[in-house]
Every structure is written in C-alpha cells, then in structure tokens.
Write a protein that binds this ligand. Structure first.
Ligand code: PLP
Ligand code: MG
Ligand code: MG
Length: 612
C-alpha cells in the first residue's frame, strides 16, 4: 500500500515567461483548476496520506495552498535557482519514509496512471507513454522492460521504447542511492551548498544499474507536461477533455441514498475495495487495522486513553458487544428507550438475562433530564445505556448533559452512536462516554461490514475479569488478542477495511466539523421544502439531529409511499418509510457523500409529487 508522494515543484519554469512571473508553474490553471490542485486531489483519491511538495520559487504560495490539505507537507529548496530538480528531491528525501510516488509539478494526467503504479509489483517503476509529439520529450530505451537509458535527444536512444511521463514509483533504498549518486557527482564549481545541479531523471537513469527500474508503458496515456505556451494550449484543448472523459467513464452510476444508512459513498471509497488479495494475518494487514483503530479513535478521543476495537458485523453487533461485555453479573443497567434503537438495546439485555431497567420516554419529544437525574441519584444503577441519535425519528438526545450527569453519580456510560459518529463533532472524554458503538457505513462514509466500539481504556481494562457471556462478540477478548497478535481473532472483512481506510482519509480531509456543516446545509434545504409543501415533521426542529428527518405522511387519500418512492428512485434518490406505532412517517436522511445541490434536486422531486 503506497501512502506517500513527492511532488517536485522547486523550479521557476522560465519557458512560460510572464505566466510564471507571479506564480510557480503548478499554479497555472487548466480547465479552471490549478495543476497542483488537480494533482493533489488525484493523489488523495488514490489513497495517498502524505504529500511532500519540494518547493523553491515563490514557495510561499505552496505553503498557503498546503493549509487547505492536511496531507501536504512543504519543504523548501532554498537554492532552487542554482540546483536541478535533483536538488529539490534531495531536500525532500529526509521526509520520505516508505515507497513513494514521485511526480513533477507541471503535469496534468489521467488518475489511472497512479493506480497502475500503485498496483505494480516491481519496486521501482517509471510510468511511460507512447509518442506525445509534445516537442519536449524525454525518450526511454529499455531492455526487457527495464530502463537502459534516457535522453531528450531521440538519436541517442535506439529504439525508443516510450516517453517519460514524470510519474514514477520508487523505494526509499533507491532514493537513497540517488542521493548518494548526486552527492558523489557534485560539480565542484557549484554555488549551491552541495545540492545537485542534475535533473532527477538522469540520476534515476544513472542508478538503474544499482537496482533495476521497470518501465510501465501505457500507449495512449492522457497526460502532458507543461513547459511552454504550446503545451498549455494542447493541455486545455486536447488533453484535459480526454482525461475528463476517461475518468468519467470509470465513474460508478450515482445513486443518492436518502435512507438512514448505508449512506452514499464516494467513487474513491468504492474503488478502494478493489485491492490485491491479502491474507489478513499478514503483518501488513495488522498495521492497516491498527492505523484504522487509531484514526477512528482520534476523531473523538485521545488515542491511548481510548481504544477502538474492530469487529466484522453490523451496528447491532456493536450494540450487542457493548451490552453483553461491559457490565458484571451483579451490575444493574438503566437503558433509555425513546426509539427503536433504545428498545433494541433493552431487548439485547433481556436476551442475556442481564439485570436491566428501561426508562421509557416519548419517541419524539425531548427527554426529561430532571427525572433521569433523580434515577441516577437513586444509586440503583451501575451502567447507563443510551442512543445518541435515534435514527428512526432524527431525535438527538442531549448527551452533553446526560452523560456528565451519569458520570457524576458514578455510572459507566454505554452509548449507541451508530448514526451520530463522524457526522456530529464529539469529544468522548468531555462528554463522559465510556463505551461507544458505531459502524463503517454511515457518517464515516465507508462500506457496510465493520462495526467498532470505542472504549475508555480504564473502563475496558476493568472488563477483563468479567465472565465471557458470548464468544465471537466478546469485547475484551477481541481487544486483548489484537494487542498481543496484531490480528483480529476471526476473519475480518478485508475489502471493507480497505474502503474504511479510504473513508477515514476522506473524513480527515473534510473534517467532522465541516461534514456536520455540510449535512446541516442539506438538512436546511430539506426543511425549507418540507415547510413550503405544507408537510409536517415528527420532531421539533430544536430537538433534531440535522442528519435525519421524519416527515409525517399526509392523510390525503391520494398519497401512497410506494408511488412516491418509485418516482424518487427514477430520479436517482432512494427513500425509506418509517413506522412508529400508529404514526406513519417517511424518513429523509442527508448523511453520506451528498451535496446541498443534490438535496435541492431532491426537493424538486418532492415538490413535483406533493404539489400535483
Ligand atoms: N443503532 C442505531 C442508532 C442505528 O441507526 C442502527 C442502524 O440504522 C443500528 C443501531 C443498527 O445497525 P445495523 O442495521 O447495521 O445492525
Ligand atoms: Mg521535465
Ligand atoms: Mg517540466
């Protein structure tokens, strides 16, 4: 799994004259977007976690740009004016920790090239294309697919195997060999404090005898390096349209899920499932799972003080894991039931014959905190089980008040946050949440199949002495085994975990705060349409989550959910009914990879059904 990339962006790009007077080449716009932005977005989409940009000329612009993307680290080659691109690569080298993609900054390219390199089994690989006739080609000579020589002079190369695209994959060993070569072949007259005046591709070629460099050629690969005015025109008029067409042909049909999970995912998350087969007991996969656990924790709590335990299973499995694993035989659990999922927690406790009392409250009105506090105060309970966001109605329980109160009276708190986690900013430590359940397929925007419990480590350790009430779903056993072996006890859903990794990267990129704002914006669009078409909501606005809205079905005889559903589906939207005792509702969830613009489109469909 390739996680790092280096972009060489030190040079001035003087052949573009006035265009690069006020900006480095990477900031030239093609199709209304800068080259650096195109490139960074493609790298992030391909699962790259860390992008090192080697800057120089007008480096401040890259430093400012980097603030938009937490994955970017800029390092400056102060001597850029007198070094070659190898000098910039030398500046980046100390920050590279693993096999990486190496790119020039003045490229536009089809993202397929990144996937081809990432999946290539050879270690050091140059991505090559067929003839571009760009007028600035670097020609490659190969022997059995291995790089033999490269040159800008065609006559030096016999025969031409392909052209260098400026995108490669290299190991750190090879990078070190390149740096050593550069140091040994330093021009003595150089004024640049030991940094190389060579171009990186020549060093790569010179080191190809140390370790073979494989050439992976895609004949009609859509790409262009932008070094002069002609390239810029070619890129705009000919290459970018081809890239956009190629990439759009690989897009998966867009279905917007407005049902309350699984939620709509990005194509990059969908494609992340297509990964090489791996035995999940390989160390590499253990490292991946440990990374996932740490990042899932870090969204809501300090890793180390809190631990995430992964299981294969759906949200209900996570609820069952918590209820069955966290309380001792002589414990007494108070479960708040103000919706289907609170009711489900109580049912699970009943199946396990756990001493449990249900606090029943309205499914659509705010909880009575005073009453709840009195119960906490009674001293009759050791554990509290509660749902953060009742998905059936969109009712949000005020855990910021309830959990600190429960802690004040010494209760251990067990929270189902399946439909809140990663959609609503939360701080488990501040809230006083000890155990929290969630899944891979709702607001984190991954695929279904993984569930997890985020645990206050102190409280988790206390459960180590409890009798195991079940086997597969036991929380401490799963945790302990993973700590000791770096593996889950049983087969994990491998591809779902790859997708979850990508979903985490995309969540880090967006941030949960911004995601909540986006969801809230979608919800506002929906609520204003609901009002416009004289529909009513089950829950008062001030008690809603902004993630899911339960809308009362109109009593008119011509309303029919199935007809409405089919109409919406025809327009690419999936909706879901919801029945609460005698109250009929349909539910619109605005979670997942959806934009306010799409919600606006949905409200058009809503209007066409309810007005006509
Ligand atoms: N808890 C809550 C709050 C939920 O919203 C859901 C699913 O919607 C679940 C638990 C159960 O999840 P699953 O259907 O994945 O078992
Ligand atoms: Mg070049
Ligand atoms: Mg160039």
């Amino acid at each position: 799994m390739i996680k790092e990339a280096v972009i060489l962006a030190g040079g001035r790009g003087s052949r573009l004259k006035d265009r690069t007077a006020a900006m480095p080449k990477g900031f030239l716009e093609i199709g209304g977007k800068t080259m650096i932005e195109w490139s960074v977005q493609k790298l992030l989409g391909a699962g790259i976690e860390k992008i090192i940009i080697g800057t120089g000329y007008l480096h401040e612009m890259y430093d400012t740009f980097a603030k938009k993307y937490p994955a970017i680290k800029t390092v400056c080659n102060e001597d850029y004016a007198s070094t070659g691109s190898m000098g910039t690569l030398e500046t980046c080298a100390p920050h590279v920790t693993d096999t990486f993609l190496l790119l020039e900054s003045d490229l536009i390219y089809d993202n397929i090239g990144l996937y081809v390199l990432i999946n290539e089994t050879h270690e050091n690989v140059i991505l090559a294309s067929g003839a571009t006739h760009s007028g600035d080609e670097v020609y490659l000579e190969a022997r059995e697919g291995i790089l033999k020589r490269l040159s800008k002079i065609k006559a030096d190369i016999a025969p031409v195997y392909g052209e260098l695209t400026g995108i490669s994959k290299l190991t750190t060993t090879f990078l070190n060999a390149m740096c050593e070569y550069a140091a040994q072949n330093q021009e003595t007259a150089s004024s640049c404090k030991q940094k190389s005046t060579l171009e990186y591709e020549h060093v790569m070629s010179a080191c190809a005898n140390v370790s073979p460099v494989f050439i992976r050629k895609i004949d009609r690969y859509a790409w262009r390096e932008i070094d002069d005015e002609t390239h810029l025109q070619m890129a705009e008029q000919e290459i970018l349209p081809r890239i956009i067409e190629n990439e759009s042909l690989r897009a998966v049909r867009r279905e917007i899920l407005l049902n309350p999970g699984p939620a709509t995912t990005s194509d990059t998350v969908k494609y992340a499932q297509v990964a090489p087969d791996i035995c999940p007991r390989e160390k590499e996969f253990g490292v991946l799972m440990a990374w996932i656990c740490r990042e899932l924790t870090a969204f809501v709590a300090p890793p180390g003080e809190y631990e995430t335990v992964l299981f294969g299973g759906s949200g209900t499995a996570a609820d069952e894991i918590m209820i069955s694993s966290c309380a001792p035989d002589n414990g007494r659990i108070l479960i708040v039931d103000n919706g289907s999922y609170g009711e489900r927690m109580a049912k699970i406790a009943a199946v396990y014959n756990l001493p449990c009392t249900v606090f029943k409250s309205s499914n659509y009105e705010a909880l009575d905190i005073v009453k709840l506090e009195a119960i906490f105060k009674s001293g009759n309970y050791t554990h509290l089980g509660i749902v953060y966001h009742e998905t059936t109605t969109g009712l949000l329980n005020p855990l910021d008040v309830i959990c600190p109160l429960a802690k004040k009276y010494g209760l251990v708190t067990i929270v189902d946050a399946v439909s809140a986690y990663a959609g609503i900013p939360m701080d488990l430590k501040k809230l006083g949440i000890d155990f929290m359940a969630a899944t891979s397929n709702k607001n984190i925007q991954g695929m279904a199949g993984v569930c997890f419990v985020i645990c206050n480590k102190n409280e988790l350790e206390k459960t180590s002495v409890l009798r195991m009430r079940n086997y597969y779903l036991n929380l401490y056993d799963q945790y302990d085994y993973f700590v000791k072996h770096g593996q889950t006890r049983f087969t994990p859903p491998v591809q779902t975990l790859y997708a979850l990794r990508q979903a985490i990267l995309e969540t880090k990129q967006e941030t949960i705060e911004k995601r909540y704002q986006r969801y809230t914006e979608c919800w506002r669009v929906l609520v204003s349409a609901v009002k416009k078409y004289n529909l009513s909501m089950l829950v008062k606005e001030e008690n809603q989550s902004h993630l899911i809205t339960a809308i009362l079905e109109p009593e008119t005889p011509d309303y029919d959910f199935d007809t409405f559903h089919d109409l919406a589906r025809k327009h690419g939207f999936t909706i879901y009914p919801g029945k609460l005792g005698a109250i009929n509702t349909f539910r619109i969830a605005n979670i997942g990879d959806i934009q306010p613009e799409e919600m606006r489109r949905f409200t058009g469909v809503l209007g066409s059904y309810f007005v006509s």
